[in-house]
Design a protein around this ligand. Structure first.
Ligand SMILES: NC(=O)c1ccc[n+]([C@@H]2O[C@H](COP(=O)([O-])OP(=O)(O)OC[C@H]3O[C@@H](n4cnc5c(N)ncnc54)[C@H](OP(=O)(O)O)[C@@H]3O)[C@@H](O)[C@H]2O)c1
Length: 407
C-alpha cells in the first residue's frame, strides 16, 4: 500500500510516518509538505527505505493532485482547513482518505464546522461508489473521544449525555508547543459548541468554568468550554443524544483565559502608532512551532523538556432498560511512557499520532469494511473494537469506569 502523508513531518504526521513505516502492508510512504529539507530530515532520522519525500503546497491544487496520483491512502495531517480539497483529490485518484480533525475549510469560506461536516458527508456516496473510505476526525480528540462515545452507543440502549475533557500539563525550560499553536489558539478564541436538546448552541469562550479531578499526576484542574468538533459530529451520529460538550483543562488554562480577556488574541486589526496590526496574528507569530522528533529527543536529553502529560476523559450518561448508567472513559499518557515506545514523541503527539495511526492500521489490515465518509462514531461495532485493541497494543489503554444501580 502506498500512502501520502500531507504534513508528514509535522508534530502528528511524523509519529504517523514512524508507525506506518514499520507496518508490513505498507510499501511506500510519501512525506509531503512545503519544506523539502524538513521532510528529508525526517526520512534520514527514520532510516526506512519505504520513505520518500515530495514538496506539496496545499494551496496549490495541481501540486496536490500530482502527489495523490497512484496512492492508496491520503492522510491529511497538515491542517483540517484543506480537508475538502484533499478529499476531492483522493476521490479523483481512487484513494482512501484519513483526516485528523474537522473544522472550517478554505474551500467553504465562512462555513462553520457543522456545515463543513455536511459538505464532507456529501462525498459519502462518491467514496462508497469507488469502494473507498474517508475516515474523518481520527486522533486523540477528536478520535478516541468519538470512538468511546460510539462504543457506548453500541453497547447501551441510548447515550443521553457526553462530557469530554482534555487536560495537559508540561514541565519545561520554556513553552513547548505540542501541536500547531495557531490551530490551538484559533480554537481558544472561537465560541465553543454545546449541544443541548436538539440545538447546537455557541457559548462564550472560557465559560463553564469547573474544577475537575483528573487521574494523577494531574489531579484537580480548572476546565472551560472549548471550541471542538465533537459536539456537532456526535449530534449528527449519536441517535437520541441530548447533551454534548467539550472542555479544555489544565494549569495553563487560567493564563489562556487572561490572555483572551486582555484582548491579546483579538482577531481584528487595531492601530498601534501608525501601524495596523492583528493581535491574534502577532501572538501566533510569537509562539514556538512544534519541535521535530529529533529536537524533542535533544530537549529531553538536556532536560529542557522534563514532563508532558496528556489526558482525555469522556464522561457519558446512558440509559439502558430503564436505568441510568454513568460511564467514564479515560486515557492518559506521560512523556516517559511515550518515549519508552517512540523516542522523540510528546504525550500529546503519541496520543494523537499513534491514536490516529491505529485507525489506519485497522484499515490497511482489511478489518475496516465500512465505506463512504465515516467518523469513529459511525464505524461498525467490530471495527471500533478492532481500533480499541490496536490502541491497547500500542500502549494507549482506555480505562472504563461504570457506575450503575445494582437493583
Ligand atoms: N485529533 C487530534 O487529537 C488532534 C490533535 C492535534 C492536532 N490535530 C490535527 O493534526 C493536524 C496537524 O497538526 P500538527 O499539530 O501536527 O501541526 P504541525 O506540527 O504544524 O504540522 C503541520 C504540518 O503541515 C504542513 N503544512 C502546513 N500548511 C501546509 C500547506 N499549505 N501545504 C503543505 N503542507 C502544509 C507543515 O509544514 P510546512 O509549514 O513546512 O509546509 C507541517 O509539517 C491539524 O489538522 C490538527 O488540527 C489533531
Amino acid at each position: 500500500m502506498k500512502i501520502l502523508i500531507l504534513g508528514g513531518y509535522g508534530a502528528q504526521g511524523s509519529v504517523i510516518c514512524y508507525e506506518l513505516a514499520k507496518h508490513k502492508r505498507v510499501s511506500e510512504i510519501l512525506i509531503a509538505g512545503r519544506n523539502l529539507d524538513r521532510a528529508k530530515a525526517l526520512k534520514e532520522m527514520l532510516k526506512s527505505e519505504k520513505l520518500s519525500t515530495c514538496r506539496v503546497d496545499l494551496n496549490n491544487v495541481d501540486e496536490l493532485q500530482k502527489a495523490v496520483k497512484s496512492c492508496d491512502l491520503v492522510i491529511n495531517s497538515a491542517s483540517y482547513v484543506y480537508d475538502l480539497r484533499v478529499m476531492k483529490a483522493a476521490l479523483s485518484a481512487g484513494a482512501n482518505f484519513q483526516g485528523l480533525s474537522l473544522g472550517p475549510c478554505i474551500d467553504a469560506p465562512g462555513a462553520p464546522t457543522e456545515k463543513v461536516l455536511e459538505l464532507v458527508l456529501e462525498m459519502d456516496k462518491d467514496f462508497k461508489d469507488i469502494g473507498r473510505v474517508a475516515l474523518i476526525a481520527t486522533g486523540e480528540d477528536p478520535g478516541i473521544t468519538d470512538l468511546v462515545a460510539g462504543y457506548a452507543a453500541d453497547k447501551f440502549e441510548r447515550v443521553l449525555e457526553v462530557r469530554m475533557k482534555d487536560c495537559s500539563l508540561q514541565k519545561s525550560e520554556s513553552l513547548v508547543s505540542t501541536w500547531a499553536p495557531d490551530l490551538l489558539w484559533y480554537d481558544m478564541i472561537q465560541e465553543p459548541y454545546v449541544y443541548e436538546d436538539g440545538v447546537l448552541k455557541r457559548v462564550p469562550p472560557f465559560s463553564g468554568e469547573e474544577i475537575y479531578v483528573f487521574p494523577e499526576p494531574l489531579g484537580p484542574q480548572p476546565c472551560y468550554h472549548h471550541y471542538h468538533e465533537e459536539p456537532p459530529i456526535m449530534a449528527r451520529f449519536i441517535k437520541g443524544l441530548r447533551y454534548a460538550e467539550f472542555k479544555m483543562g489544565g494549569p495553563f488554562m487560567p493564563y489562556a483565559k487572561a490572555i483572551y480577556e486582555l484582548g491579546l488574541v483579538k482577531d481584528e486589526k487595531i492601530k498601534v502608532g501608525n501601524v495596523e496590526v492583528n493581535p491574534f496574528d502577532v501572538f501566533c507569530t510569537l509562539l514556538p512551532r512544534p519541535p521535530s522528533m529529533s529536537e524533542i529527543k535533544e530537549m529531553i536529553r538536556k532536560r529542557k523538556l522534563v514532563e508532558d502529560v496528556s489526558c482525555i476523559v469522556t464522561d457519558i450518561r446512558c440509559k439502558d432498560r430503564g436505568k441510568k448508567i454513568d460511564l467514564s472513559y479515560i486515557s492518559i499518557m506521560t512523556l516517559k511512557e511515550a518515549n519508552k515506545r517512540i523516542l522523540g514523541t510528546t504525550a500529546t503527539s503519541y496520543l494523537v499520532g499513534v491514536g490516529g495511526e491505529a485507525f489506519t492500521e485497522v484499515l490497511i489490515e482489511g478489518s475496516l469494511k465500512s465505506r463512504g465518509v465515516v467518523p469513529p462514531e459511525a464505524l461498525l461495532r467490530e471495527e471500533k473494537e478492532a481500533v480499541i485493541r490496536k490502541l491497547a497494543e500500542k500502549g494507549i489503554k482506555i480505562l472504563e469506569i461504570v457506575k450503575r444501580e445494582l437493583v
